[in-house]
Structure formats: structure tokens, C-alpha cells
Unconditional design. Sequence first.
Length: 237
Amino acid sequence: MTDTRTDVRSTALVIGASRTLGLGLAAELLCRGWDVIGTVRGERRTGLHDLADASGGRLTVESLEMTEPDQIAALRDRLTTAGRTLDLLFVNAAITRGDLPIGDVPTDMFTEVMVTNALGPMRVVEVLGPLVAPAGTIGVMSSDQGSLTLNTDGGQDLYRASKSALNQLMRCYAARHTADGRTLILMDPGWVRTELGGPEADLSVEESVPGVAGTIEQHRGEPGLHFVDHQGQVVPW
């Protein structure tokens, strides 16, 4: 891989980087000159490991089950012991369990989606956020389906609710850190052809990810919370 930046490399931690958007973002950041730490669930080999092998030591792989608080704390301790400082913490995580009216959603399904899509990412932000440099960036993968304004058709009740919850929790985090110089980003990657987005989605991973990375870089040094899409456009709350 060839660096496209001439300044000192920054370091990104991408949570959930084993495949699709997370893997694509890790690869894109490498190409843009970042050093990258990416996390995978469990110990099985993934595309991220292959990318690390080809990175010349600029990508390292960590194991993390984001829904387990003890594992988040252990990752923090490993990074702290290694003296790693982050310029970007980006949390990529989401699941869906089908398009059911909310009254038909079993309680265990509701809990699983909310923990994975909202509570887990915010636990990561709370625990790993202090590792981000004072002028760094903390981002989470959101969706325009988390927008109340844009919800004119309904459907995907639980997924929409989980992303709206994530947005609200990030807003709470921002309100508690108003004096912080870090940039906070809620990122809408567009409708992407992944397992979650489905085969009919508008964008490939390769079409979405450069915009995601470019928008992150565009907002570096701009404190406060930004809800934006992969084209840099503001998404209404």
C-alpha cells in the first residue's frame, strides 16, 4: 500500500472491522496514510487479518466482543500499556432481525438489537474515548433510518429505534463534554449492499467507504457533534 499523505501518520481504532464496511474503512484509512488498529470478534481468521499481513505492520488486529464490558476494559488496558494514543475512534456495529412491527418483536430480540446497536457502541465510546487525543475524533456508524425527520414511510421499527437511541445517546455524551475539543460524528454510510443492507441497496462498500473516510477527515478539528452522511451532507435529526 502507498501512503497518500505526507504528514506524520495518525492512528485509528476501528471497532468491528472484520468485514464489509468496517473492513473497507480500515483499508481506506490505510491507503490515506493512517495507522490502524482493527477489532474482530473471537479468534477466527478474517479479511482483516489478511489486510494486516499486507500492511507492513501498519495494521494490527485486536479481539473484542463489544457487548462484553470486561472485554472493552481489557482492550483499553492493552492499548494503554502499549502507549497507544488514538486520533480516531470509530465504532462500526449494527444488526437487524427482520422487519417486524414493534408489537411483534420478542423481548429478547429487542434487547439484543438495542444492546448491539446502541448500548454497546456507547460503552466503547465511554471507556475508550479517553484514549483519543484532545483534538481527535470519535465516530459511530449511524444511519438515516435513525432520523425522526426522515421517517415518513415507517418499517424496520426496531432497527430504526436502535439507531435513534444511538443518536440520542451520542447527543447526551456531547452535552456532557461541551468543553471537549474532540470531534464527534454520527455517520450515515448510505444504503450499502451488505448483509444488513441487502442486495438491492444503492451502494457497494467500495462506493460508500471513501466518502465515509473523506467526511471523517473533513471534520477533523471541528469540535462538537455532527450527524452527516458519506457525501458530507448534514442528516436531519
